[in-house]
Each structure stands twice: as structure tokens, then as C-alpha cells.
Ligand binder design. Structure first.
Ligand code: GLN
Length: 592
């Protein structure tokens, strides 16, 4: 039977519950255990797919096509695992399942009630996601005391009764403020969080104390007395420079051993943190730095939302840098400044990080960068500016990485300026273009006409057959990410629900897997023309009806000009970086 570790947050949101959960998982992995993590999101949305990224952070996409909360991304990045969508539980999903079951007569005439039917469904979902693991971390979203948490806490208490307290532990992640006017660390909000938790019958076994500074003995003692737990289980987690330091810091407090002891267990292997520590050192003190411009559209944002809406790209650049011992300075450029839009000139982003500012200069500003990225996006806003930036990167031989929309717009740029199709466009921007080099597939057109937006894009992992001797293939080979006959590929082929993700394969095909989230595709009728003019399609997916959907492009004579229809940022992990990002950062670091 798996052991459960429930992680709940007190005092306020945003204190790092997700990274703490992921760090506990990483620690248990290092001690030799098989771990998974579940995120509970108490909102009514069925999934995160229709949530505005500027409000909620970027949408995370799983292998099996889930559009999920970012915390699942944090787990994958720390644990180097592909976590399926069932590991994200929302209130909306629970209610929908219960109501669907009721409509299908599955409750056999019972009165369907909040208790027990809602908590029972929650428990079922947790157990379904748990089998075959030694440890299951369950992170409860929001903050203790939120009304919407109640059914989940109730369900977890009931799970505790079912599996026995010896198989379930509670971790409270709390925050200790140091108000500037008194310069003293306060424990009262934590005491109140403990009390609120106890109202659900839950008493924490561990309290992880987030704060600006380490916890001192006096405060530790206060919390120990108030929560009635031994002081060794009050763990200090002060602010750090990179979240990847957290497992190392928690291990300094011997958290792994303490958790295992709580369950009456011992380490299965001696943890070896050398590799992880080395990567963290590279993040903190890189040998060399490169500067990357991410040219995107930024509208309707408050001051602090920007970094989060492209979190996975930031992380992928960081991971690639860590493996190459290179630091990456990221600057966010609003593509509209390249369109000569005066209202956007001089607009400066006053975010919390210096490196996330808007700049007001025109295209020449791009000369200051070692590389340029055009990230994923939707709609027509800022598109012409992005195309200009791509043109600049192509002509000036600056490393360019196009992610999803970034590939589509690179094709438009190439079609216009190399193939002479002046009107080339995507039908997403101009449905009447005479050269629709990027177009929507018929099945997707129907979906759009019916406004069925939730969960209907081309989502999740798809196989790409790679073309020999291409730069992209080489990158996947050298980073060990190529799949020919590996377990993961076989798993997908065998799973009837997901076999379509593999498409049609021929023996000996070199395959890579990346995740997707888009509706539009390279229009097959323009491929021959683009190829004739020198664009190389380095990989494609072959659909069941034999249609080839283009997955990668590259320009052979360019230092690094690569685009992908996928989002490789969803498969980047510390110590196992995305091949494309790795190649990009390496190219950025090379002499011009
Ligand atoms: N808007 C484009 C499409 O739907 C690209 C999407 C993306 O970049 N994720 O195909």
C-alpha cells in the first residue's frame, strides 16, 4: 500500500507549497523510493485549459493531453517524471463525475449528497492515481481556511481512517512574516493556520516554515508548543536564490530521514546529491552568461503576471544553462515595438525582476542578444512584430528558436521573404489570405465553428519521425532523448486510448516525443515550395489517414534556426534538459 503525504498551506498562497511538495518527492526519490504527486485544485473549472494565463499562470500540458495547473510542471521538473492528467483533481471534475453518475442511475435511487458522495469521489480519484507507488504526495491547493478546501480536507481525513494514520502524514507549509516596521518574525498567523487545520481534525506531523530568514530557536519552540509536535519536525525553509536549492536545504535538516522514520521506514539507498548540487552551483555561479530575447505579446497584464505566463520557457532555459554551466539572462520584448506602434513605445514593464522588462527600441535592439525566441501564442495581436524579429534573426544569423506559433510565424516569414508569397499568412490572422501557409485542419475547423474551446486543441504528446542528418535529430541523439524501441513508446503504442499519438510508424524510424497545444498546422500544399527554397522539415507526424503534419523546421546554413510545432518546454527537467533548448543555449554561447 502506498504511503500518503498530504501537503497543505497556511497563512497565504504563493509561499512555495508546490516546490516544497516537489522537493519532498525529490528527497524520497534520492532515498530510493518510487514517488508520484497529485495536485488538488479547489476551483470549479474542469481543467486549466480555459483559464487566462495572465491570471493563473501558464497552462501545463501533460503527455496524455491534460491542460493542467503549473504545479504538475513543478513536480515533473523536479522528479523527472511524466505525470498523467488524472493527478490533477479539480472541484469541477469531482462534481461533474458525481452528477454524471447520478444521471446514469449509478447511485441506485440514493439521495446524492455533499457528504459522503463528494469526498468518496475525491478519495477514489486519489487512490486511482496512487497504485504502484511507494509514496504519493497530495498537495491541497489554496490556503487552509478557504471554504472551497473543506470537501478535500474532509476526504483526506477519511482517507487517513481508511489507510491508517501510520500510512498517512500531514505537512503544513506555512509563512512567517517579518513586518518591516517591527523587524520581528511573527508566528501568530502560523498558530492560527494550525488551529484552522485542527478544525478539520488534522494535526500536522511536520511544519515547514517559509520565511525571509531561517527560523530561530525561540520561534521554533513557540510553534512546537502550539502545534504540539516535536521541534525536529518544525523545519525552516528560508528564501533562496533558486527553487532547486530547496531539496538540498531540507536535507540539511534531515527531512528525508525524519519522514521515513515517521512511517517506520529506512532509506533504501544512500542519497547522492552531487549531480543535483553541481547543477544548482551552475545556476548560482555560471561560468558564462548569455542574453536571450523572448519576443511575445503582452497585453492586459498586471505588474506581476508576466514571468509566470511563460514559466516553462524560463525553466527550460535555466535547465539548459545549468547543464552547460551557462547563465541565461532573459529579456521580454513586446513584439508591438517592432511594428512602430507609438503607443507601445516607451512602455516599460515595471515587474519585480529587472530581467523581465519591456524595451522601447526598434529592431536593432535585437543585435544585443545572443539568441531570440518567439514563444507560443494565439490571435493576431503583435504578430507582424514577431515576424519582423524572426526576419532579423534569419538575416543576421542570430540563433532563433520558434515554439509552436514561433514555428508557424517563421514559415510565414520565409514564405513571404524567400519564396516571394507576399500575402503569406496563417488563417488564424487572415482567413482570406491568398497564401494560407498555416491553416486549420478540417476537424479543427468544425470545432471552432461550434465554439467548443475546452480541451479540443491538438493536445499532449505526439510522435515525430525524424529526418536523417538534420540538426534537430542530432540534438535529440546527443541528449539521449531519441526513442526507437523504448519502453515509453511501447507503452503508448499498447494503450488504445493513446495509440493515435504515435501515428503511422515504419520499422527503424527515429522517433521523438513532445507535447502539443495548438489548432493550426503547416499547410501540406506549400511544403514542396518551402523545401525547394531551402527550408528543411526535420520531422513530421504521420496521422492515421497518412497526412503528414510538420513538427520541426531548420535552416541548414544558419547557426541555429529551429522551429517546432510542439512545446518542448513541457519536457524539460533539471539534469535532463530539453534537447532543443540545450542546442539553442549552446549556440547562443558560441562566438559569432
Ligand atoms: N495559435 C497557434 C495555433 O493554434 C499556435 C498555438 C501555440 O503557439 N500554442 O495553432
Amino acid at each position: 500500500m502506498p504511503k500518503y503525504i498530504v501537503v497543505a498551506g497556511g497563512v497565504m498562497s504563493g509561499v512555495g507549497k508546490g516546490v516544497t511538495t516537489a522537493s519532498i518527492g525529490k528527497i524520497l526519490q534520492e532515498h530510493g523510493y518510487n514517488v508520484t504527486a497529485i495536485k488538488i485544485d479547489p476551483y470549479l473549472n474542469y481543467d486549466a485549459g480555459t483559464l487566462r494565463p495572465t491570471e493563473h499562470g501558464e497552462v501545463w500540458v501533460t503527455d496524455d493531453g491534460g491542460e493542467i495547473d503549473q504545479d504538475l510542471g513543478t513536480y515533473e521538473r523536479f522528479l523527472n517524471l511524466d505525470i498523467p492528467k488524472r493527478n490533477n483533481i479539480t472541484t469541477g471534475q469531482i462534481y461533474k463525475t458525481v452528477i454524471d453518475k447520478e444521471r446514469q442511475g449509478e447511485y441506485l435511487g440514493q439521495t446524492v449528497q455533499f457528504i459522503p458522495h463528494i469526498p468518496d469521489e475525491i478519495k477514489k480519484r486519489i487512490k486511482d492515481a496512487s497504485n504502484s507507488y511507494d509514496f504519493v504526495l497530495v498537495e491541497v491547493g489554496g490556503t487552509i481556511g478557504d471554504y472551497e478546501n473543506i470537501p478535500f480536507l474532509f476526504a483526506l481525513k477519511s482517507l487517513e481512517r481508511e489507510v491508517g494514520k501510520q500510512n498517512l502524514s500531514y505537512v503544513l507549509v506555512t509563512y512567517l512574516p517579518i513586518p518591516s516596521h517591527i523587524e520581528e518574525m511573527k508566528t501568530k498567523p502560523t498558530q492560527q493556520a494550525i488551529r484552522l487545520l485542527s478544525e478539520s481534525g488534522i494535526f500536522p506531523d511536520f511544519i515547514i516554515c517559509r520565511a525571509k530568514k531561517p527560523l530561530d530557536v525561540v520561534r521554533k519552540k513557540k510553534i512546537e508548543t502550539y502545534a504540539n509536535i516535536i521541534s525536529e519536525h518544525v523545519i525552516s525553509e528560508p528564501d533562496i536564490e533558486t527553487v532547486y536549492q530547496i531539496p538540498l536545504d531540507l536535507e540539511k535538516e534531515k527531512l528525508g530521514e525524519k519522514i521515513l522514520k515517521e512511517f517506520g521506514m529506512k532509506s533504501k539507498k544512500q542519497p547522492n546529491w552531487a549531480g543535483w548540487k553541481n547543477l544548482v552551483d551552475n545556476i548560482l555561479k555560471p561560468k558564462k552568461n548569455v542574453k536571450v530575447a523572448i519576443v511575445g505579446k503582452y497585453i492586459d497584464i498586471g505588474d506581476y503576471a508576466l514571468a509566470d505566463s511563460y514559466l516553462s520557457i524560463n525553466q527550460s532555459l535555466l535547465h539548459a544553462g545549468a547543464s552547460l554551466n551557462m547563465g541565461v539572462e532573459i529579456n521580454w520584448l513586446d513584439s508591438k515595438i517592432f511594428e512602430g506602434d507609438k503607443t507601445q513605445e516607451n512602455q516599460r514593464f515595471s515587474g519585480h525582476k529587472k530581467s523581465h522588462r519591456f524595451f522601447s527600441e526598434s529592431l536593432n535592439v535585437l543585435r544585443d542578444y545572443d539568441g531570440i525566441i518567439v514563444p507560443g501564442g494565439f490571435g493576431s495581436s503583435g504578430v507582424e512584430g514577431k515576424i519582423k524579429a524572426i526576419n532579423f534573426a534569419r538575416i543576421n544569423k542570430i540563433p532563433y528558436l520558434g515554439l509552436c506559433y514561433g514555428l508557424q510565424l517563421a514559415i510565414i516569414e520565409f514564405a513571404r521573404n524567400v519564396c516571394g508569397l507576399k500575402d503569406a499568412n496563417t488563417t488564424e490572422v487572415n482567413p482570406k489570405t491568398s497564401a494560407p501557409v498555416i491553416d486549420v485542419q478540417p476537424a479543427q475547423r468544425e470545432i471552432l465553428e461550434k465554439s467548443m474551446y475546452g480541451g479540443t486543441m491538438r493536445l499532449g504528446v505526439y510522435a515525430s519521425v525524424m529526418k536523417d542528418k538534420t540538426q534537430v535529430l542530432k540534438l535529440y541523439e546527443e541528449t539521449g532523448r531519441l526513442l526507437e524501441d523504448t519502453k515509453r513508446l511501447q507503452e503508448l503504442i499498447k494503450d488504445k486510448r493513446h495509440a493515435f499519438r504515435i501515428g503511422i510508424l515504419t520499422k527503424g524510424n527515429k522517433i521523438v516525443l513532445e507535447r502539443h497545444r495548438h489548432r493550426y498546422e503547416v499547410n501540406p500544399s506549400y511544403i514542396a515550395l518551402l523545401e525547394k527554397n531551402g527550408l528543411v522539415f526535420s520531422g513530421y507526424y504521420i496521422r492515421g489517414d497518412k497526412t503528414k503534419l510538420m513538427e520541426y523546421i531548420e535552416l541548414p546554413e544558419h547557426r541555429f534556426f529551429i522551429g517546432t510545432q510542439s512545446h518542448p518546454e513541457f519536457k524539460s527537467r533539471l539534469g535532463n534538459p530539453s534537447p532543443i533548448f540545450y542546442g539553442f543555449i549552446r549556440a547562443c554561447g558560441m562566438k559569432k
